[in-house]
Design a protein around this ligand. Sequence first.
Ligand code: BG6
Length: 358
Amino acid sequence: VRTSTLTADAVERGAFRHFMAKEIHEQPAAIAETLEGRVSDDRILPEALGPDASRLLADVRRVQIVACGTSYHAGLVARYWFESIAGLPCDVEVASEFRYRAHVVAPDTLFVTLSQSGETADTLAALREAKTLGYRATLAICNVPESSLVRESDRVMMTRAGPEIGVASTKAFTTQLTALLLTVIAAGRAHQLGRDEEARLVRALRQIPRQIETVLGLEPRIETLAEAFIDKHHTLFLGRGTQYPVAMEGALKLKEISYIHAEAYPAGELKHGPLALVDADMPVVTAAPNNDLVEKLKSNLQEVRARGGRLYVFADPAAAPAASDDCQVIALPSVDEAVAPLLYSVPLQLLAYHVAVL
Ligand code: BG6
């Protein structure tokens, strides 16, 4: 018997109309909790991933991530991070596919599962299968300490988001991203990441709770934007780089709770088919952080306008396209490119929530 230390506040709605709204607003505190005790001013603390983690990470040559739903999208973001920051090849697969096919496992591959609940049947089955396949070690990034996934994995990083009661995952996603970036930085340190780069990434992570607070302050504006979506039957989400899985997550949120069909595309693929569907009745939502892909993204947005599409762009003010009748621009705080997926997920959650309420 283990007595829960949860307070009643953690499982009550309080002043919020729905648990989803409460959980969206809990993200700054939840992310701060994920970071607590795992970073100093500008370093990852060695015990963040458990004893001997540095030795294990130094041995690792590849990463295989397996998850479902929103957790899978967190894995897709992490693939960009593992390859660009840690220099480790990374594959990501949905658990219901992974568990039913044959595998060739390269030596010293770390097997990572992502799950809010730690009880998703396919993810658990994939872990059990992986344990027979010769992976170097298994790591679970999970929110429920008593879960099967945590008990059956070699290593664990808890996301510490607190209970997530809303079916549409929100704070579980951004805390998974936080835990994943911590893992990537720790792996990077064991491989190719320099001290200055580590310091830059840790500082960017430490600032993100405050920057998400600023985004939450945009809620009244996003609520007004949501009105443009309620009579629509389809919505397209576009993104490039790490913003592509963020777009996938935005589309999943919208379809899951508003029942409006939503699809995500890598912006560069738009011209290879889906552009034919774009017109004034199909809103196009995208994120434009200030990075080296933003000019390419803007030319994709021109393609949308040429088809009479209506654009809703969450953007860094330094990189934003010009606002106009057919292009609404919502400015977000400027952030380090590495943490942009955390920040840009939040307005998409708010948009999905308000469309659903309306
Ligand atoms: C789905 C939920 O059923 O399970 C999603 O609706 C969630 O929100 C997915 O992402 C996977 O759950 P978990 O607990 O393994 O992260």
